[in-house]
Design a protein around this ligand. Structure first.
Ligand code: 523
Length: 125
């Protein structure tokens, strides 16, 4: 599983989940499942095109691996916006947060451990 840290002008893009019910309403770094044969960057480019309607590039790791209960691993990558303005095509809402706001928002549990790593790159903390 791949998740994207898109940071522009010291703010991080967060997306509010709509499903499953236990995660609906919580905020996450957008991303999803890498398909067979895809690199992490391929998967991020496809997922963010589908979910946000944007083109991204890059893919430096940020934060630690998060083991999921089903045996998969969730990894966050810093990506750059190449074109487009993010739109919530698959989420309830999008939000750009600074370092202080990142501490106040209800993140999905799996993403919480990345907060200190993300904050280093954000304004206002
Ligand atoms: N997470 C998560 N944080 C995070 C992402 C992108 C995903 O904790 N930033 C978890 C949430 C789900 C699982 O990863 O338990 C699958 O995420 P999902 O539903 O966004 O990815 P899909 O739809 O590509 O994959 P499947 O639901 O597994 O088909």
């Amino acid at each position: 599983m791949v998740a994207a840290a898109i940071i522009v002008d010291g703010r991080l893009l967060l997306a509010q989940r709509t499903r499953p019910p236990e995660l609906a309403g919580l905020w996450e770094l957008p991303g999803g499942k890498a398909e067979a044969g895809e690199t992490a960057e391929d998967a991020l480019r496809r997922e963010l095109r589908e979910e946000l309607g944007v083109e991204v590039s890059g893919g430096d790791r940020i934060g630690d691996d998060v083991p999921l209960p089903d045996g998969r691993v969730l990894r966050a990558y810093r990506v750059e916006l190449v074109s487009g303005t993010p739109v919530a095509l698959d989420h309830a809402e999008l939000r750009w947060v600074d370092g202080r706001e990142l501490g106040d928002i209800d993140l999905v549990g799996n993403d919480r451990g990345w907060v200190p790593d993300l904050r280093v790159h954000l304004n206002g903390w």
